[in-house]
Structures are given as structure tokens and as C-alpha cells.
Design a protein around this ligand. Structure first.
Ligand code: AMP
Ligand code: AMP
Length: 230
């Protein structure tokens, strides 16, 4: 009887421990990050257009869209912690760099806080065990130094001049310049032309280095895509 009781107790303990592990890992069960850079010219020349931020027209360079924790099958967790809202005061030392490198282009014109809040709350909270708010934004800014997409493209003769380039030459130029194969996302301009919109690179789960992407989303680019000016 006594040994039955202790077996039952042991089983309860095992179940509790299992539940604890499942609960913790559900929140933070991601395997790598996807880092998304965006060409502002392709955000702005669409039917829905754009609005420059209150700090002024951003530089003609790729801007950060986000740093997204991903699962190995390409799915991703989102909105993982409603108790950890974006707090501008935690990144006050980064504000001017964020304005330059992570510019909002949504209308009406904003100061960026809405865009950064959205990215932190939807994606950043799902990797908060690895990167707290300040580290999350600092890491995304640091990665941009190591992935100069515009330089990689212009070094290969691919410039934002409205010409069309082959998707494979764009991928090849970025692979050559950055060292890793990107996923290219296209959108369409107001005349319906397929164009270079966003570049996806993958980063390891500790957010310390680029890696080859485990999976790519379904592609929706034409084989020749435009690179519009900004
Ligand atoms: P996500 O929810 O992280 O997948 O990002 C998509 C959302 O970000 C959409 O609501 C977009 O309109 C918005 N978005 C993308 N780029 C920008 C940008 N440069 N400025 C403001 N919002 C943006
Ligand atoms: P492709 O360059 O189109 O022959 O595609 C070669 C590889 O890249 C395949 O594994 C595709 O799944 C992948 N792929 C296709 N389209 C894209 C894209 N737009 N960006 C990145 N990879 C892609």
C-alpha cells in the first residue's frame, strides 16, 4: 500500500515536470531567426503608396523590417507575451539609429514607435528568453552592418535604377557579398511589375551569426524583377 502511494507520487512528479517543460518550451520553442530587410522604393511605389517618417525621408538603402524567431518547418510563433509591451525608454539610446535603419513607411507619417512596437510584440516577445528588448533591437541593428545588401548588389552591377534583373543574378550577388543564400520576396508596383521588395536571411537561434535558411517560403517573384529607385 505504502509503495503504491509512493509510485503514484512519483508518477505525479514526472507528469508535473513534463508539463513544466512543455509550458516553458511552448513560449520559446523557436529554432532560428529570419532577418528581413526591405527596399523602401518597392514599399512606396505600390498602389497603397507610403508616408515618410516624421524624421524625414530615409536614406536610399535597405531598411530593417524585422527579426523573427522561426520554427524549423517555416512556421513561426507570434504574440508570445502580452505582459512585455514595447517600452521606448528601454531603447532610447538606439532611437536615432532605429530611425535611420528601421524606418516606418506606413501612413500616416509616424515616428517609428508603432512599427517597432508591432515587431517587438508580434515577434520579439517570442524570443525574449534569448534577447530582451534592448538586445533585440541592438542585434537587428548590428546584423545590418554585416549584411550590406545594397553594396552586394551594386558591386554586381545591380542598381536601383528601375531596370529589370534576373532573380538568380540578385540571389547570386547577395550570396557573393554576404555569404549566404537569401530568399527574395517580390511585390508589384502600381503598374503591376514584379519587383525586389524584401530580402530574407537566416540567423542562428542565439542570434550570433548568419546561417543558411533551413526552409524557404513559396516564391512569388517573376524570373526578371525590377529594382526601382527610391
Ligand atoms: P509582420 O506583421 O511583422 O509580418 O509585418 C507586416 C506588417 O508590417 C504589415 O502590417 C506591414 O504593413 C508592416 N510594415 C512592413 N514594412 C513596414 C514599414 N517599413 N513601415 C511600417 N510598417 C511596415
Ligand atoms: P531558382 O533560383 O528559382 O532556380 O531556385 C533555386 C532554389 O531557390 C530553390 O531551392 C527554390 O526553392 C529557391 N527559391 C525559389 N525562388 C526563390 C526566391 N525568390 N528567393 C530565394 N529562393 C528561392
Amino acid at each position: 500500500m505504502e509503495s503504491n502511494g509512493s509510485i503514484l507520487m512519483l508518477m505525479k512528479l514526472v507528469v508535473l515536470q513534463y508539463l513544466a517543460v512543455v509550458c516553458v518550451s511552448q513560449d520559446f520553442d523557436f529554432f532560428y531567426f529570419v532577418y528581413i530587410l526591405q527596399w523602401p522604393g518597392s514599399y512606396c511605389d505600390t498602389k497603397s503608396s507610403c508616408c515618410y517618417p516624421t524624421s524625414g525621408k530615409p536614406a536610399a538603402d535597405f531598411g530593417i523590417h524585422g527579426l523573427w524567431p522561426n520554427n524549423n518547418d517555416g512556421s513561426y510563433p507570434s504574440n508570445c507575451d502580452s505582459n512585455n509591451a514595447f517600452q521606448p525608454s528601454l531603447v532610447s539610446d538606439l532611437t536615432s539609429s532605429l530611425q535611420r535603419n528601421w524606418a516606418t513607411l506606413a501612413c500616416p507619417s509616424g515616428n517609428g514607435i508603432q512599427f517597432w512596437s508591432h515587431e517587438w510584440e508580434k515577434h520579439g516577445t517570442c524570443s525574449e528568453s534569448t534577447l530582451k528588448q534592448h538586445d533585440y533591437f541592438q542585434t537587428a541593428l548590428n546584423l545590418k552592418q554585416r549584411a550590406n545588401i545594397l553594396r552586394a548588389l551594386t558591386n554586381a552591377g545591380i542598381a536601383p535604377n528601375g531596370n529589370a534583373y534576373s532573380l538568380s543574378s540578385i540571389k547570386g550577388a547577395i550570396k557573393q557579398g554576404v555569404g549566404y543564400t537569401p530568399y527574395i520576396e517580390c511585390n508589384v508596383d502600381s503598374s503591376g511589375n514584379s519587383q525586389l521588395y524584401q530580402v530574407y536571411l537566416c540567423v542562428d537561434a542565439s542570434a550570433s551569426r548568419f546561417i543558411e535558411c533551413p526552409v524557404f517560403p513559396n516564391a512569388k517573384c517573376a524570373s526578371q524583377i525590377q529594382f526601382p529607385p527610391f
